[in-house]
Write a protein that binds this ligand. Structure first.
Ligand code: FES
Ligand code: FES
Length: 153
């Protein structure tokens, strides 16, 4: 089957029920997307599919054929994703970093859909787990972005 990932076309010969994460990491070598729980619980494996955040560890391949998949490697090609990364650096969000590609992907999806989210909307969207407890920095970075819609940080 054919997958569109980061604006490139990939031919993949795997069963349709293979989790997308397995292909992204093990076959295509896009290792910025992380394996955490494998159970749709932590969000480390988050990617965008047609602009919506999905947990790739439980997303079967056959559900994403013909759709646009974006991983952390290409997130800065999106203007919103680029601003998110800039804010993450400004606020020094990452600690160990393991969860952060998923956090950046989740923030990008939120801000593309809702450029000026309320605290409640941020809390509802930013639900990926972080063992290092960077939640306050994540919230500060997202709020910084939401108050500066369209501006360069
Ligand atoms: S690895 Fe997918 S949600 Fe944890
Ligand atoms: S920065 Fe370490 S798990 Fe989130």
């Amino acid at each position: 089957m054919n997958l569109q990932i980061n604006s490139q076309s990939y031919q993949v010969n795997s069963d349709g029920d293979t989790p997308l994460l397995w292909i992204i990491r093990d076959e295509l070598g896009l290792t910025g997307t992380k394996y955490g729980c494998g159970l749709a619980q932590c969000g480390a494996c988050s990617v965008l599919v047609d602009g919506e955040v999905v947990r790739s560890c439980v997303t079967p391949l056959d559900s994403v054929v013909g759709r646009q998949i974006t991983t952390i490697e290409a997130i800065e090609n999106d203007p919103v994703g680029k601003r998110v990364v800039t804010a993450w650096v400004k606020h020094q969000v990452p600690q160990c970093g393991y969860c952060q590609s998923g956090q950046v992907v989740a923030a990008t999806a939120l801000l593309k859909e809702t450029p000026n989210p309320s605290d409640e909307e941020i809390a509802a969207a930013m639900i990926n787990l972080c063992r290092c407890g960077t939640y306050n920095s994540i919230k500060a970075a997202v709020k910084d972005l939401s108050s500066k819609e369209g501006e360069t940080l």
